[in-house]
Design a protein around this ligand. Structure first.
Ligand code: SF4
Ligand code: SF4
Length: 209
């Protein structure tokens, strides 16, 4: 059936009439900052102290956009006779955000809580190379990571907190205990009696003629 002349115009006007009465959803960015959920996937922050250079994040990243360099260092034995240990020391940690697809796999797989989402998203660059954020920049993003939500009051106490609390209680109890009383000093031994001087002989006593 051929279209009725003017039906397209009527449909367009109907859409215009329907939408012009609805509340506008246009965000006037950048004059008005968007209200993003606190857990938005803006950029990734690195908490370097927690990173053990296990390479899990780099291996699991589907875009291969995490670059990690490290070297090994020997740690001397903690006690005499113990064994030396070797540990990985981080030399480079970088994420190329021009390749990243914000899947969050690296954050999920990190076994040591070294990577976090930050809602910051204003890091556009005119040079694509600048989108590779090195470890110093990734650390700076950590200051923008929101605090974790409060624990459920009915939840089981995390085992790390329970262990720390028990250790603190033990220490406080040890400090509160009164110090054991020192044994009373022994009385000084009686001074030896000085021998009596021999009695002087009486006059005329024992004399021989
Ligand atoms: S968010 Fe995904 S793509 Fe981006 S660095 Fe992590 S694993 Fe790779
Ligand atoms: S998975 Fe975590 S601990 Fe392992 S290298 Fe990546 S950031 Fe470091």
């Amino acid at each position: 059936m051929p279209p009725i002349p003017g039906s397209g115009l009527a449909k367009g006007l109907a859409v215009t009439l329907r939408t012009m009465t609805k509340k506008t959803v246009t965000a006037q960015y950048p004059d008005v900052q968007p209200e993003l959920p606190p857990r938005s996937r803006g950029v990734i922050g690195l908490f370097e102290e927690n990173c053990t250079v296990c390479m899990l994040c780099a291996r699991e990243c589907p875009d291969w956009c995490i670059y990690i360099d490290s070297h090994k260092e020997t740690v001397p034995a903690a006690a005499p006779g113990g064994r030396e240990r070797s540990r990985n020391v981080l030399d480079r940690f970088a994420i190329d955000f021009s390749l990243c697809m914000y899947c969050g796999i690296c954050i999920e797989v990190c076994p040591f809580d070294a990577l976090f989402w930050s809602p910051e998203f204003e890091y556009a660059e005119t040079d694509i190379h600048e989108l590779t954020h090195e470890r110093d920049k990734l650390r700076e993003w950590m200051w923008t990571v929101p605090a974790p939500p409060a624990l459920d009051p009915a939840a089981e106490e995390p085992k790390e907190i329970a262990a720390a609390r028990k250790a603190a209680e033990k220490l406080a109890a040890a400090q509160a205990e009164p110090a054991p009383e020192a044994p009373a000093p022994e009385p000084p031994a009686a001074a030896p009696k000085t021998p009596e001087p021999p009695a002087a002989p009486a006059a005329g006593d024992g004399g021989t003629a």
